[in-house]
Design a protein around this ligand. Structure first.
Ligand SMILES: [Zn+2]
Length: 216
């Protein structure tokens, strides 16, 4: 096995997703790129009516921002390789062991049809399954796209997105502790709305985790 890995390293060197520099297979990112974005934390004011707080891994800037945009809007599915090394480094998994079920924030059908995949699945699904957590890509369904949020205040954003998510009727979340995952946390309105629906469907608690955030 060792020989196989040595050979694999020669033929398929692992490169940093940020700068393309060759890095050791188990590191994933070079230290320079990582230290510019790495900021794992529980977000301030992320504990809302239905969301039991939200954690994030990185600041939404630099290489992480670029890679998320490429995966989301540029069809670059190959960029998904950037995320497992980040998830593996997350220092607060011990606070989330009670979450047994992972559900992503879904796309609207219209976005599914044009993109062909949910970028959130690309970021989390494989890693979560390997970590022994049950991942339900279609646990929630999104009935419509939100109107553009950027010009709205925080409370207007909540109203704008309220009632947009529905539980998949084949899924039973009653009494379950759920980890709700998304790519970017901005104001928390999306997370709160999705958590609201999960709680309405009987979930015991909903905690958030995103790859990046521009919030503190
Ligand atoms: Zn780098």
């Amino acid at each position: 096995m060792k020989l196989f890995h040595d050979l694999a390293d020669i033929f398929y060197p692992t490169t940093c997703p940020g700068c393309g520099k060759v890095v050791e297979r188990d590191r994933g990112w070079c230290e320079d790129c990582l230290k510019r974005v790495w900021n794992p934390r529980l977000l301030n004011s992320s504990h809302t009516d239905h969301l039991h707080g939200c954690y994030t891994l990185c600041n939404y800037e630099g290489a992480v921002r670029k890679i998320i945009i490429q995966l989301k809007y540029g069809g670059r599915i190959d960029r998904k390789k950037a995320f497992p090394p980040l998830l593996s480094r997350f220092p607060y998994w011990d606070r989330l062991t009670f979450c047994s079920l992972v559900i992503p924030v879904p796309l609207s059908q219209k976005k599914w049809d044009s993109r062909g995949y949910n970028q959130v699945d690309m970021m989390f699904e494989e890693w979560m399954e390997k970590a022994g957590k049950k991942y339900l890509p279609r646990g929630l369904v999104r009935f419509r796209a939100a109107e553009t949020q950027s010009l709205l205040s925080r409370s207007e954003r909540y109203d704008n997105i309220k009632g947009i998510f529905h539980i998949n009727r084949n899924v039973d979340v009653r009494g379950k502790y759920i980890l709700l995952v998304d790519d970017v946390y901005t104001t928390g309105a999306t997370m709160e709305s999705a958590a609201h629906e999960l709680k309405r469907a009987g979930a015991a608690s909903v905690t958030g985790l995103t790859i990046a955030s521009g919030a503190m």
